[in-house]
Ligand binder design. Structure first.
Ligand code: ADP
Length: 488
């Protein structure tokens, strides 16, 4: 049975910040169903209640930091049917947050990455592929490479055959500020022609240079990051590795995201009972204090408030629509999000100025998120860049039509509606409020034809974005890595 070690800083719901947490729960489960021996390794944050999870200590593994030896304690439990290992140690106890900022992040994630590789070295469970995700776990790749170099020619050293895959979920977050930790944990600086000097001790670029294969979470994003515009200064390195770089679109778990069974909804519905959906819209309007007139189109947005997500463009586009007198139809807007302080205050201010049209809920609330997907007519995702994006996938499953920027995973997952009757969503190319506004007008116009709108909803809800297809592609990629290692 092929053995896969899946390394992630997030895991829903134990440590959920962004989409990585959803992937870390849903992909390993889909891979287990395909018959792979997948084990998940994550840091043991201080809020994780090990006794409640039934976790037991299984190993103490030494980690070298400078001249000191620090102990990593491994706890193991089956969490939501996934064999999971929690890695604890002093670096995890310094702050309660998942991401406490630098230099603590560098310390904890470097400690984690090294502890995990040392565990493989000592426990007898040697993965065929070590699958690192994002910068937080990427340092495991250069560390394993350095160990392989040290152990070259040593008979029977099992880790020599372990292959590596690094998945980039979000390129600009590359671990800048971790350089002192990289040095403290003695991971050698990576010397490679296409790696810029500034990036040689930063975890993600180090991992990109040395992983057997690299992938991103959509085919379009895999191409985009090889360009100057999206490459975050690493486009040269990524282009130099284009033979090893591919894209696999994320999925969603149809059982976790099911409007017919979602207990956070006031009213459940399905394709066969789409007429029930409007009751959820009414309840959502009441819950958020907007006038419960269900005939007016409702635009929704659920997002981290980050410049990446195009929240500023959304506010500009909607503001210009409110100011214009040529609105084809009225509409209302609900935003759920938290994050950047300036964006939060802009959203709060916008909502205060148009209290009967706009509602901004500035918090993290998974239940309300579900009700927004289920009750909005459209979900807006105007991202500057989008490695994959889950919001549009969940929206389609819940019968909300995506209005998205044609970039990365948004482009790969939302088939554009065309007047010949095909497609599902509304896409725009240019990163401007004007382009977004024009596309919103197009969507609002389509909403005016309720027969057409229903056909879009039915198509959206029937679209298959389950993990099975993505998991099969990951399995093929793992098998390719294993075959390449065997032949090298
Ligand atoms: P990213 O990972 O870049 O944040 P994704 O679209 O891939 O973006 O995933 C974000 C996930 O987090 C989605 O499932 C979205 O519904 C959820 N989410 C974002 N903000 C909130 C919030 N304030 N409350 C509840 N869920 C949220």
């Amino acid at each position: 049975m092929t053995k896969i070690a899946f390394l992630s800083a997030e895991f829903r719901p134990l440590a959920k910040i962004g989409g990585l947490a959803d992937v870390a729960e849903e992909l390993p489960r889909a891979l287990l169903r395909l018959g792979l021996d997948v084990r998940l390794f994550m840091p043991c944050y201080s809020h994780i209640n090990l006794p409640e999870l039934g976790a037991e200590a299984v190993a103490e593994i030494p980690v070298q930091r400078g001249d000191q030896t620090v102990q990593a304690v491994f706890y193991s439990a089956n969490v939501y049917d996934i064999p999971t290992y929690f890695v604890d140690g002093p670096a995890l106890q310094q702050a309660p947050e998942v991401y406490p900022g630098q230099p603590l992040e560098g310390e904890r994630f470097l400690f984690f990455a090294i502890a995990v590789v040392n565990y493989f070295n000592q426990s007898g469970w040697v993965p065929d592929v070590m699958h690192a995700n994002d910068w937080h776990t990427a340092a495991s790749v250069p560390y394993l490479s350095a160990l392989k170099e040290q152990q070259k020619g040593v008979e029977g050293w099992e880790l020599q055959k372990t292959g590596t895959l690094l998945t980039i979920h979000n390129l600009p977050y590359m671990g800048v500020g971790s350089e002192p930790a990289v040095r403290a944990y003695r991971i050698p600086r990576v010397e490679c022609d296409f790696l810029p000097d500034w990036a040689r001790e930063i975890p993600l670029p180090m991992g990109i240079s040395l992983a057997d294969r690299i992938n991103t979470v959509s085919p379009s994003y895999a191409k985009e990051i090889q360009t100057k515009e999206y490459g975050s200064g690493l486009d040269g390195l990524l282009s130099s590795r284009s033979d090893a770089l591919s894209g696999i679109l994320n999925g969603i778990d149809p059982a976790s995201w099911d409007p017919a069974a979602d207990t956070d909804l006031v009213v459940n519905f399905s394709r066969d009972h789409l007429e029930e959906r409007v009751k959820g819209k009414q309840a959502l309007l009441e819950e958020t204090g907007l006038e419960p007139d269900v005939t007016i189109p409702l635009l929704g947005m659920v997002t981290r408030l980050d410049i990446q997500k195009g929240v500023d463009i959304t506010l500009d586009a909607l503001e210009s629509m409110l100011e214009a007198n040529d609105q084809p139809v009225s509409w209302k807007f609900i935003l759920l999000g938290t994050g950047d302080f300036h964006l939060e205050s802009r959203c709060a201010d916008f909502s205060a100025r148009y209290p009967d049209r706009i509602k901004a809920v500035l918090k993290y609330d998974a239940g309300l998120a579900s009700r927004i997907y289920a009750g909005s007519d459209m979900i807006l995702v105007p991202s500057r860049y989008e490695p994959c994006g889950l919001a549009q996938l969940i929206a389609m499953r819940y019968g909300a039509i995506p209005v998205v920027r044609a970039t990365g995973g948004l482009k790969d997952s939302v088939p554009p509606y065309s007047s010949d009757g095909s497609g599902i969503g509304f896409l725009f190319e240019d990163l401007t409020a004007d382009a977004f506004r024009d596309t919103l007008y197009r969507a609002l116009d389509a909403y005016g034809d309720q027969g057409l709108w229903k056909s879009l909803q039915l198509r959206a809800m029937a679209a298959d974005y389950s993990w099975k297809r993505s998991a099969e592609q990951y399995r093929d990629l793992y098998l390719r890595i294993v075959a390449d290692r065997a032949s090298s």
